[in-house]
Design a binder for this molecule. Structure first.
Ligand SMILES: *[C@@H]1O[C@H](CO)[C@@H](O)[C@H](O)[C@H]1NC(C)=O
Ligand SMILES: *[C@@H]1O[C@H](CO)[C@@H](O)[C@H](O)[C@H]1NC(C)=O
Ligand SMILES: *[C@@H]1O[C@H](CO)[C@@H](O)[C@H](O)[C@H]1NC(C)=O
Length: 194
């Protein structure tokens, strides 16, 4: 029994350390970019974009798809939006975030590739490229940002039903099953450590 408690404690400790390091590192670049975009919008007298968790989820999924592609002159903000490779997995990515095209079609997905995600280059890739046309548009009211390796993806949302990134309730049940499965797996993990 004492062993179980010790194992449990150590495992939880390890998890929280790993998780903390991970989120802190990732959030940094993303927070910096959102702040930068919002000061750009403030300079144009536009309202700040509010953080949208669903859009952030999709941005993370997209960044994950891009991450193995090297930065070239035709990747990232040099790509004309809409011409970047359309992932066959896109519907799956939406589903993973409990989203569907009904509420995402008016949003915008803006990927950029910047070696080591240099913060000032990242910001200018969004505010001083053709992406600025999106960022200075009053239509967009929210944003989610995700990054992997050299890739950073901004997903813009609107306050209209077609771009709201509202949770797709038709798959809500499945999501709950997924969560329960995760807990079961975690519990089994602990049992195996005995
Ligand atoms: C965007 O990032 C690339 C690096 O991938 C850099 O060479 C380029 O100058 C940046 N573009 C802008 C407009 O900042
Ligand atoms: C947004 O930026 C583009 C390009 O810089 C410019 O042509 C357009 O007039 C700007 N729109 C607004 C609403 O500021
Ligand atoms: C997408 O999600 C909305 C909001 O929950 C739902 O009303 C709609 O039926 C879904 N559409 C599809 C095609 O699944």
């Amino acid at each position: 029994m004492a062993c179980l408690q010790r194992c449990l404690f150590l495992s939880l400790l390890l998890h929280s350390i790993l998780l903390n390091n991970y989120t802190v590192k990732c959030d940094d670049e993303e927070e910096t970019l959102l702040k930068g975009i919002n000061s750009y919008r403030a300079s144009l007298k536009l309202a700040a974009l509010t953080k949208n968790d669903k859009a952030e989820c999709l941005a993370e999924q997209m960044a994950d798809q891009f991450k193995d592609q090297p930065c070239t002159n035709t990747t990232g903000s040099n790509t004309v939006p809409g011409t970047e490779p359309q992932f066959s997995t896109y519907p799956k990515l939406l589903a993973k975030c409990h989203l569907n095209v009904t509420t995402t079609q008016e949003g915008a997905i803006l990927p950029a590739c910047v070696p080591k995600l240099d913060p000032s280059l990242v910001l200018s890739n969004f505010t001083k490229s053709q992406y600025s046309d999106y960022l200075n548009d009053t239509k967009y009211t929210g944003a989610g940002i995700g990054s992997e390796d050299n890739w950073i993806v901004v997903v813009l949302t609107t306050n209209t039903p077609k771009g709201s990134f509202m949770e797709d309730n038709s798959v809500g049940g499945l999501a709950k099953v997924g969560l329960i499965c995760q807990w079961l797996l975690l519990a089994m993990n602990f049992l195996f450590m005995l």
